[in-house]
Design a protein around this ligand. Structure first.
Ligand code: PLP
Length: 456
């Protein structure tokens, strides 16, 4: 039994469309759900980014926003909140996570630099490539078994990391990144003990460790329930411990911090902070607002406090694991163990008649929309594969996943029951689901704008 630890004060209607309309709208959107208008979506599980419901305290904080260009009071609240959480001496506000990535990579990476991570997210990959670097993913071996209950599948492969650092390319490694939680791989957490080992390895080779900390609070909650060394601790203490193991962090505050927009870059190195701040001022805004309004800073500082509320986090984790169990019970292959921000489906396992190049994740996403107006995001070869470059063949992703993201404090259990019902109908006709081919695509982040068509 789990109950929302909040009540609902404001509601928005959601549309229910006919099957004919859904078919037409998907076709008109080039079979890409990012191109479908939100007013044509019944349940929107595309992302948990910027889609959360703010609290009454956050809405109240908006009104207190100080819109002074420099040194606003709202900036002081924001800076203090980030410093208290991270322990890092420099805080740079940014309009969202990818701006922090661009500023950090633009400063630290050179042509040919490597970034090594447990798993880079899509915008992180794009920004590493745009800065002339090369992203290398080294997920732990346990993460390959999608059905096992191993508690920390977000960990890195430490043996492989040492091999890279001691190998011919070792001197090119510009940073090691721990993405908490591992969004691209399934929303799995990283344990503090493991992060300490990664930090020790970084110190041995004089390479900085950074956190991509969009879901720092959910990671911390999962540590308190899965890691005997931290059982009974509060999530906030665990989150603080993790931040203090890193030389710096960037955070999209559109996730755990309940922002509709916002982010930060926090750093411990004075010289690096100086360079990044100059780039921030040139490209985002002055160093005390960084592309955000004073009211955003105010609401984000409040959100940062709410993010680690133990009752809220426990409810969120319980919702995700209940949802995963319900989907598994109707025969949908689900990644285990479920994290907090999403349930990941193994589209490759449900649709074995489709090759990675026939994009099973896209096919399954299309079925959810056609069946019931549900929108979710492919995390397979369209998002993480590489397109054909010259003679180099197109490369498949590691897995063909579909992410059903859970916006924070937005949907109730009956909304998710509606999704399970739709999933059951799709499972029954899975063998008939057609593959897709790409009609048009850009060079980077192709999943956002590509157009596709079903194979005959
Ligand atoms: C792990 C991770 N890193 C970085 C980002 C980029 O953040 P933003 O969307 O705020 O630019 C995201 C967004 O989904 C993410 O999940």
């Amino acid at each position: 039994m789990f109950v929302e630890p909040y009540k609902i004060k404001m509601v928005e209607p959601i549309p229910f469309l006919s099957a004919e309309d859904r078919q037409r709208l998907l076709r008109e959107a080039g079979h890409n759900l990012f191109r479908v208008e939100a007013r044509h979506v019944t349940i929107d599980l595309l992302t948990d980014s910027g889609t959360g419901a703010m609290s009454a305290a956050q809405w109240g904080a908006l009104l207190a926003g100080d819109e002074s260009y420099a040194g606003a009071t709202s900036w002081s609240f924001f800076e203090a909140a980030v410093k208290e959480l991270t322990g890092h001496s420099h805080v740079l506000p940014v309009h969202q996570g990818r701006a922090a990535e661009r500023i950090l990579f633009g400063t630290l990476l050179e042509h040919g630099s490597l970034t090594v991570a447990n798993g880079h997210f899509d915008t992180t990959i794009a920004n590493v490539l745009l800065a002339g670097g090369k992203p290398v993913d080294l997920p732990c071996l346990e993460s390959a078994d999608t059905s096992s209950s191993f508690p920390f599948k977000g960990n890195l492969d430490l043996v492989a990391l040492r091999e890279v650092l001691t190998g011919a390319d070792g001197s090119r490694v510009a940073m090691v990144i721990l993405t908490i939680t591992d969004n691209a791989g399934g929303g799995h957490p990283v344990s503090p003990g493991h992060a300490a080992e990664v930090r020790a390895l970084c110190d041995e080779f004089d390479v900085p460790l950074f956190l991509d900390a969009a879901r720092f609070a959910e990671n911390a909650h999962l540590v308190t329930v899965r890691d005997p060394a931290h059982s009974g601790e509060l999530p906030r203490g665990v989150a603080k411990e993790l931040f203090r193991l890193a030389h710096g962090a960037w955070c999209s505050m559109k996730k755990d911090a309940f922002g509709n927009i916002g982010g930060f870059l926090s750093l411990t190195d004075d010289a690096l902070a100086h360079e990044c701040r100059n780039l921030l001022i040139a490209t985002e805004g002055f160093s005390t607002y960084g592309g955000l309004a004073g009211r955003d800073l105010e609401a984000l500082a409040q959100g940062l406090q709410e993010a680690t509320d133990p009752a809220y986090l426990a409810h969120r984790a319980d919702t995700a694991s209940w949802f995963a169990d319900e989907l598994a019970a109707i025969g949908m292959p689900v990644l285990r163990p479920a994290g907090c921000h999403a349930v990941f489906l193994d589209a490759g396992a449900l649709l074995p008649h489709l090759s990675p190049q026939q994009l099973p994740g896209v096919a399954l996403a299309g079925e959810f929309y056609l069946q019931a107006g549900i929108r979710c995001a492919e995390m397979g070869t369209l998002t993480f594969g590489r397109m054909q470059r010259g003679a180099e063949p197109a490369r498949a992703a590691r897995r063909e996943l579909l992410r059903l993201a859970l916006p924070r404090r937005v949907y109730t259990r009956s909304h998710l029951e509606y999704v399970v019902e739709a999933a059951a109908a799709i499972v029954r006709r899975a063998h008939e689901v057609p593959g897709y081919r790409i009609l048009s695509q850009p060079l980077h982040l192709r999943h956002f704008t590509a157009t596709l068509e079903p194979l005959a």
